[in-house]
Structures are given as structure tokens and as C-alpha cells.
Write a protein that binds this ligand. Structure first.
Ligand code: DC
Length: 222
């Protein structure tokens, strides 16, 4: 099986690009952030805040996360309920970042991610795919862009979905998440040594897609 790892900070374009790329080369696209978000929603539903003052392992012992691909789209299930929409709220984003710093949560999701890559040709996106989850991935890409550009993209997405947010809030949330994700002790966000760094900041969607496609083409894997 062939694995392509795409890591990088929020808003660099990972999910839209990885989804389009997967379609183009007929791989499945696995959005690992959605798994952390679903766990975040579990803790939100239980009334916890990002301090997570609770017994994480015991909450996880009663948590079931599943994913299904419907018409090629990944749906995430938390305790058998489809939470694919709910996980996109700003609260779920912050909670996902908080739970993702917990070693119990990372261990809980590790095997599931590896199993998906073992059984399918995947493009998997996240923060630690090239460094921890799939250290032997055939191609590793680290996508990045200036924080203001990333926040602008995320802001537009949220406004299009009818969410009530300001640009400043989105930028502040994004900087806080970037900080948390890259400073946590376990599996922090950082490029794998053997990754290709790809900056999407000054590129259109089509140009970025072409850049990623040519990185993969150059490896002669396809
Ligand atoms: O990619 P995203 O914004 O949906 O991810 C939500 C959070 O989950 C993000 O703040 C960091 C965390 N995450 C992670 O720690 N490791 C991954 N492989 C994917 C996401």
C-alpha cells in the first residue's frame, strides 16, 4: 500500500488539497484532525472545558470513534452518532487541540490511523503523520503558509457556513492552536526530516494542487 502524509498547521489548506489530490489519484483521504475533534466533542458534551480536569482514560474507555466513507467523503461517528458537522465549530477546534496534547488520546487514535494506512492507499493529513503515525510513508509533505493568510481562509470558510465570528477571533484562535500544537511534549507539529516543505501562501488552490501533484509524480510511485 502507498501512504502519503500531509502535515502542517491549521488553515494551510491540508484538507481541501488532500481531498482533491486523493480524488485525482484514486486514494482514500483520511482527515485525522476529525478524529481529535470528535474526541473533543465528547469532552464538550460531558461539560468539560479545555483544562480537562478529569480522568481522561476513564472517559476514553467509554468512547467509540469510527469513520466511514460515504460517496468518498469521510464521516466521523462518536458513540455511533454522526458528528461530522458538529466537530467543525470553533469550540470543537479548541477542544480538539486540548485533547490532542494528552498522551492517552494520541495512543487511543494511533492504531486506528495505522490500520487505515495498512489496508488502503491513503493520503492522510494531520500534525504528526510523517513523524509518528506513518514514519515510513512513501511521501511526506509539510504544508505551510503565513498565519494571516491561513486565518483569512478559515474566516471565509466559517462565514460561508453562517458562523458568527470575526477575523480577529479566528486569527487569535489559530495562533493559540499553532502554539499549543507545536509546543506540546508528545508528537508536536513539526516537519519530518524527510518531508518536502510546500508553501501555499501565495498560490491559488489549483496552483497548490499542481505543486503537490508534481511532488508525488516526481517520486514515480504512481
Ligand atoms: O486539522 P484540524 O484543525 O482538524 O485538527 C484539529 C486539532 O487536532 C489540531 O488543533 C491538532 C490536533 N491534531 C493532532 O494533534 N494530530 C493530528 N494528526 C491531527 C490533528
Amino acid at each position: 500500500m502507498i501512504s502519503i502524509a500531509i502535515d502542517g498547521p491549521a488553515g494551510a489548506g491540508k484538507s481541501t488539497l488532500a481531498r482533491a489530490l486523493a480524488k485525482k489519484i484514486n486514494f482514500i483521504y483520511v482527515d485525522t484532525g476529525a478524529l481529535y475533534r470528535a474526541i473533543g466533542v465528547k469532552f464538550l458534551n460531558l461539560g468539560y472545558n479545555t483544562d480537562l480536569n478529569c480522568d481522561i482514560a476513564s472517559v476514553l474507555s467509554t468512547t467509540q470513534i469510527n469513520i466511514k466513507f460515504i460517496d468518498g467523503e469521510q464521516h466521523v461517528y462518536l458513540d455511533n452518532a454522526d458528528v461530522s458537522e458538529e466537530i467543525r465549530s470553533p469550540q470543537a477546534s479548541m477542544m480538539a487541540s486540548a485533547v490532542s496534547a494528552k498522551p492517552e488520546v494520541r495512543a487511543f487514535l494511533l492504531e486506528m490511523q495505522r490500520k487505515l494506512a495498512k489496508e488502503n492507499n491513503v493520503i492522510m493529513d494531520g500534525r504528526d503523520i510523517g513523524t509518528v503515525v506513518l514514519p515510513n510513508a512513501n511521501v511526506k509533505i509539510f504544508l505551510t503558509a503565513d498565519p494571516k493568510i491561513r486565518a483569512e481562509r478559515r474566516y471565509k470558510e466559517l462565514i460561508e457556513k453562517g458562523k458568527q465570528v470575526t477575523f480577529d477571533e479566528v486569527l487569535a484562535d489559530m495562533l493559540e492552536r499553532d502554539y499549543n500544537d507545536s509546543h506540546r511534549e508528545i508528537a508536536p507539529l513539526k516537519p519530518a526530516k524527510d518531508s518536502v516543505i510546500a508553501d501555499t501562501g501565495n498560490k491559488s488552490f489549483d496552483e497548490s494542487l499542481e505543486m503537490l501533484y508534481s511532488i508525488i509524480k516526481n517520486t514515480e510511485l504512481l
